[in-house]
Design a protein around this ligand. Structure first.
Ligand code: ADP
Ligand code: MG
Length: 700
């Protein structure tokens, strides 16, 4: 590694303290190295000039030759903006500045030929370009142009303070001058040869100063591969280390509890997928290594019974087990479900949540520590330090995406040696993403629903059709069915949403009056006991309608409920809609999901609604979700950090990701400690990874 690359960015010629400060704050660039890893978002052709009458309303970057014919100042809410009329031989447009107006005004001359460059907006029948890059035509002609000029990531503040793309390009040039364009190779000769990758130095140079389109794409490929390769390498090593270093408790036998349950109490035949997954789990539990397994299965695919039977294996081997769920409602429901099964087997089970009374809590703590209590079900309350087990053998986390990585690791420490861990999620994660986010876990998938499930009919209805929807509800209730009506409750908007919920409740209470109709209401502001009471009324069938916020999103299981109405459905994300829909279709009756929206819908909302109506395949929905939102927003991925990708795109570069994972696995298979001469560059790079938060801080 060139020592020079650790130099603070302030020292680079042309940067200085002010710019350095901005670069640090806006782009996180502290050192030469950070700057070199600022990869262009895209490249544009600056050999091409547009005429004003050729402009499209596409907001693309364009370059135009023309002159300024007039300036004017326009008052606006705060301050004023400077507007110049810019003209070529085909028409006129406007240039607009919101800042630095005096300097602009003084330095630009009327009727002098300029080249402007930037994004155009279409506004009130006119094209305009805010804060253009602007250069005198004479000067412009003297500069070399490339057909692939890099465009760097930027922020409003940077461009307002004069750190334009041109400036970034210039300091990048300076950096290459000062460092001599030589960078330490970070991949092995073998990999370079096998995949025909270009060298690190060549790649870095060409990504910033492409010599040709071919070299640019080679440079991008090499850097993307490298980025994904090291993420995968880290994840795989972590997984292998866990397996080899961390001794699990080998659950050697499958004993009485399991066998008795399987033979006499299993309420239904397991699906093929459930059997397969149980086998995978049994193999893990029986080996010497600690299990870290992710169980993915769509809503209603029957994960709970798999979890329970895994617990029985732990119990059979004399260990305790726990199940943690993200909400009180869900853990109560799990508890009630498991209680019934446990009673049949004489298993001692308790629940622990935020609302467990102190006296009971004490009892639980004691019986956990002396080993009397075999199974504990609950919420985050399980993570408290006071909760100590005698010998926790298996910890299960339901709806993993609601918990953070930190919480997962807290469970780890519940024992002298970490328990086996099974995390479950019903928010399917596209495989590519799973590889990166949960790459350190083994994955099991339940890809089959229990037999006899009818598919849920999903439709989109506008608010103006509400009367028809209400009539439909009445008919369904007359047939003995129950109905959910769900309102959004988004944190930022809590007050308004809460009002919407209450207004909605009142209007439903008017349309569905007592005593013919009984309505439950559940929302996050209620006390747990009240929530539970309302929930129970609905579960027992005493109420026909449940008005709620998304607190019922995960796990709630009321088989007689067959209609899910989602209000303001356009405000929900796809995975939430899918989760909510999963609350119905749990019984034998035909179920329905009705997505209510206002009239105005964005394109993304339309896509979401159409997707919901078209398919109930959670994996397909997850793929659409990923495309719409990008990986950064998918649940669980924010915490993972591995998605701070600098150059690769987890969706578009799927193939490179697979290639990288394949090679990372292969290399470790042949040389687990990376100690061969061939792998020295990889080992060095891998080692330096640990020192830095971001994987790109190691390079060069
Ligand atoms: P999820 O995977 O969403 O947690 P659950 O475990 O809550 O799903 O199961 C959903 C419903 O399906 C439950 O009522 C459960 O009893 C039932 N179920 C699970 N497995 C089977 C099966 N193999 N055959 C029939 N019903 C099943
Ligand atoms: Mg569940």
């Amino acid at each position: 590694m060139s020592a020079k690359l650790q130099t603070p960015i302030d020292y680079l010629k042309g940067v200085g303290p002010n710019r350095a400060d901005l670069l640090r704050k806006e782009l996180g660039i502290h050192t030469y190295q950070d700057l070199i890893n600022l990869f262009p978002n895209r490249y544009i052709d600056r050999t091409r000039y547009y005429k004003i009458n050729q402009l499209q309303r596409s907001n693309a970057d364009v370059q135009i030759i023309g002159k300024i014919t007039a300036f004017k100042e326009v008052a606006q809410k705060r301050g004023k903006r400077l507007v110049a009329t810019f003209q070529d031989d085909t028409g006129t447009m406007e240039l607009v500045w919101f800042r630095g107006q005096k300097w602009i005004r003084d330095s630009l001359k009327l009727n002098k030929p300029y080249v402007i460059f930037g994004k155009t907006n279409w506004f009130s029948g006119k094209f305009s370009m805010p804060h253009p890059d602007i250069e005198e035509l004479e000067v412009h002609k003297g500069n070399l142009r490339s057909a692939m000029q890099p465009i760097y990531p930027s922020t409003e503040k940077l461009s307002n303070r004069g750190i334009t793309n041109r400036v970034v390009s210039k300091i990048m040039q300076q950096l290459f001058l000062e460092t001599g364009k030589k960078f330490t190779e970070t991949l092995s000769e073998n990999l370079l040869a096998e995949l025909k990758l270009i060298s690190k130095s060549e790649a870095l140079f060409n990504v910033h100063f492409p010599m040709s389109p071919e070299l640019l794409s080679k440079a991008q490929f090499r850097l993307k591969f490298e980025e994904l390769f090291y993420i995968q390498l880290q994840l795989i090593i972590k997984n292998l280390t866990q397996k080899s270093k961390i001794k699990g408790f080998p659950f050697e036998k499958v004993g009485n509890y399991f066998n008795t349950f399987f033979k006499t109490h299993l309420p239904f035949e397991l699906t093929g997928a459930q059997k397969r997954v149980l086998k995978e789990i049994r193999a893990d539990l029986g080996s010497n290594a600690q299990m870290n397994r992710l169980l993915q299965g769509d809503v209603g695919s029957g994960k709970t019974i798999v979890a329970f039977m895994s617990m029985l294996i732990a119990l059979d081997n004399g260990f305790q087990a726990c199940l943690m769920a993200p909400t009180e409602i869900l853990s109560v429901q799990h508890y009630n479900g498991l209680l019934e099964l446990c009673n049949k087997l004489n298993i001692r089970i308790k629940k622990l949540t935020g609302s467990t009374k102190t006296s009971e809590r004490k009892e639980i703590h004691e019986s956990l520590e002396n080993g009397d209590l075999q199974v504990l079900v609950g919420t985050h309350a399980l993570l408290e330090d006071k909760v100590k087990f005698k010998n926790l053998g298996l910890a299960i986390i339901d709806e993993q995406h609601r918990f953070g990585v930190a919480q997962r690791s807290k469970l780890w420490k519940k024992n002298t040696s970490p328990p086996h861990i099974l995390v479950m999620t019903a928010t399917p994660i596209p495989r590519t993403l799973a590889m990166s986010v949960y790459g350190d876990l083994d994955i099991s998938i339940i890809d089959e629903l229990p037999p006899g499930r009818q598919s849920i009919k999903t439709v989109h209805r506008y608010d103006k059709n509400r009367l028809n929807v209400f009539k439909f509800i009445r008919d369904e209730i007359a047939k003995g069915r129950q109905i959910y009506i769900v309102y959004p409750l988004i944190q930022e908007n809590e007050k308004m949403d809460y009002k919407d919920l209450m207004d909605g409740y009142e209007s439903i209470a008017r349309d569905f009056p007592m005593p013919d109709y009984q309505i439950s209401i559940v929302h996050g502001k209620m006390k747990p006991a009240d929530k539970d009471y309302e929930m129970q009324r609905f579960i027992k069938g005493e109420t026909q309608i449940m008005v709620a916020t998304t607190v019922i999103e995960v796990g709630v299981n009321v088989p007689n409920a067959s209609v899910m109405i989602i209000e303001s459905a356009e405000r929900f994300g796809l995975s939430q809609l899918h989760q909510l829909r999963g609350r119905v279709g749990r019984g034998a009756e035909q179920s329905y999901c009705i997505l209510m929206t206002g009239h105005k819908l964005s394109n993304d909302s339309k896509t979401r609604l159409e997707t919901m109506a078209r398919t109930s395949d959670g994996f397909e929905i997850a793929e659409v979700d990923l495309r719409l939102r990008g990986p950064g927003d998918i649940m669980g991925t924010q915490q993972s950090g591995v998605l701070n990708l600098k150059i690769a795109d987890i969706i578009k570069d799927n193939d490179i990701l697979k290639l990288a994972r394949h090679h990372a696995k292969n290399i470790l298979k042949n040389d687990a400690t990376l100690s061969s001469i061939d792998n020295k560059a990889i080992l060095d790079t891998y080692k330096s990874l640990g020192k830095y938060k971001n994987i790109w801080n190691y390079i060069s």
